[in-house]
Design a protein around this ligand. Structure first.
Ligand SMILES: [Zn+2]
Length: 368
């Protein structure tokens, strides 16, 4: 007998603020979800496909590629683009926009001398373009995705209710992302944030009720998020070019994410100098072997050296721009602020659920 299962994914819904929802649903399970390392792109791979960075083959969205990815970007082209970008902020934005139209990828503010060797490799695990098996493909879920409907929770839930009524799918998956953006922009605990949580809770309660009305008492629901969020209080500058000189094929390459600074050393002799320089940055640390092993981040292709900022800090500038967000995620996964949530009709005995375990929990509810 096939168990009807409703899965609702709310990007960045923090554990602490989802308690009212758990109570209103009278859920059997309300637990913390400790995220995996990195941003949503990796945590989703853990949740839906049970794949850590080493297993899924990428860490963060952009990865370094030894072979040139954008062959048309010759040294001369790079030089011209860099020159135009260096006139002022406006020209830099415009030239990045133009290159973005050529490459057809969101290149943000990535420096042009690094871009030719960077590949946008991260794939969202619940999209149908994701190549590896997930619990969504294994159990043949019908999907209502914000990527198709829009980053608008009201619209996504409306669409989900319409699909449920029309097709009565026994397996329904809904993904929303508006809360994540609101927290980045307005901060956690802001008026906008509180309003959005109320809206999400209301829609989830209605959707769970409607799903149960159609599919009966044996149906299960899972509501979960990939991580929480911490408000940001400081931008951190690390100028690697001052330390190691110009990046290049015979020296090094790097990527500055919001909270991670990843460096690939084509010349391994640069390592000591780099680590010494990172040691002077008091707002974070270089991930050691033990941490990388625990995170499933052993492969050197993720970066010879990976520096992680402390809670509430953000690189400025980063490859996404000069400004810092009001709130951020992607810190040490065990921090209280980073805990996501899982609320379910399915009884879960673990005290804390790791993102990596959710795949098996959903699969287990099918046969329970
Ligand atoms: Zn986010």
């Amino acid at each position: 007998m096939e168990t009807p299962i409703l899965v609702i994914f709310v990007d960045a819904y923090p554990y602490a603020d989802s308690e009212p929802l758990a109570k209103k649903l009278k859920a059997l399970t309300y637990k913390k979800v400790t995220p995996g390392v990195g941003y949503s792109i990796n945590v989703k791979a853990e949740i839906f496909a049970k794949l850590k960075p080493d297993e899924v083959g990428y860490f963060c969205e952009w990865i370094y590629n030894k072979e040139k990815v954008h062959k048309w970007m010759t040294p001369l082209v790079v030089q011209i683009l860099t020159l135009i970008g260096s006139i002022n902020n406006f020209s830099n934005r415009v030239i990045h926009k133009l290159v973005r139209m050529v490459i057809k990828e969101p290149i943000y503010a990535i420096p042009f001398d690094i871009l030719p060797y960077l590949k946008n490799a991260g794939a969202t695990a619940y999209e149908d373009t994701f190549k590896k098996p997930t619990f969504l493909t294994k159990l043949n879920f019908t999907r209502v995705l914000y990527s198709k409907v829009g980053v608008n929770d009201e619209k996504v839930f409306k669409e989900a209710k319409a699909v449920l009524k029309r097709d009565t799918p026994k397996k329904l998956f809904v993904s929303t992302a508006e809360l994540d953006g609101i927290m980045h922009y307005y901060g956690k605990g802001s008026e906008e944030y509180n309003k959005q949580i109320k809206l999400i809770d209301k829609h989830i309660i209605e959707l769970v009720r409607e799903f149960n009305e159609i599919h009966g008492a044996e149906s299960q629901y899972f509501i979960f998020s990939d991580h929480g969020m911490a408000n940001v209080d400081e931008g951190v500058l690390f100028d690697i070019r001052k330390v190691l000189g110009k990046p290049g094929k015979n020296s090094y390459s790097y990527f500055i994410d919001a909270t991670f600074f990843r460096v690939w050393l084509n010349n391994k002799e640069l390592k000591a100098k780099l680590v010494d320089a990172f040691d002077t940055v008091k707002q974070g640390h270089v991930l050691d072997e033990k941490e990388r092993n625990q995170y499933g981040l052993n492969n050197i292709e993720h970066g010879d050296v990976i520096f992680l900022l402390d809670e509430g800090k953000m690189f400025s500038p980063s490859f996404f721009g000069n400004t810092i967000c009001k709130a951020m995620h992607g810190y040490d996964p065990v921090l209280e602020s980073q805990q996501g949530t899982i609320i379910s009709s399915f009884k879960i005995n673990e005290e804390v659920v790791n993102a990596y375990q959710i795949h098996d929990l959903v699969m287990a509810s099918e046969t329970a």
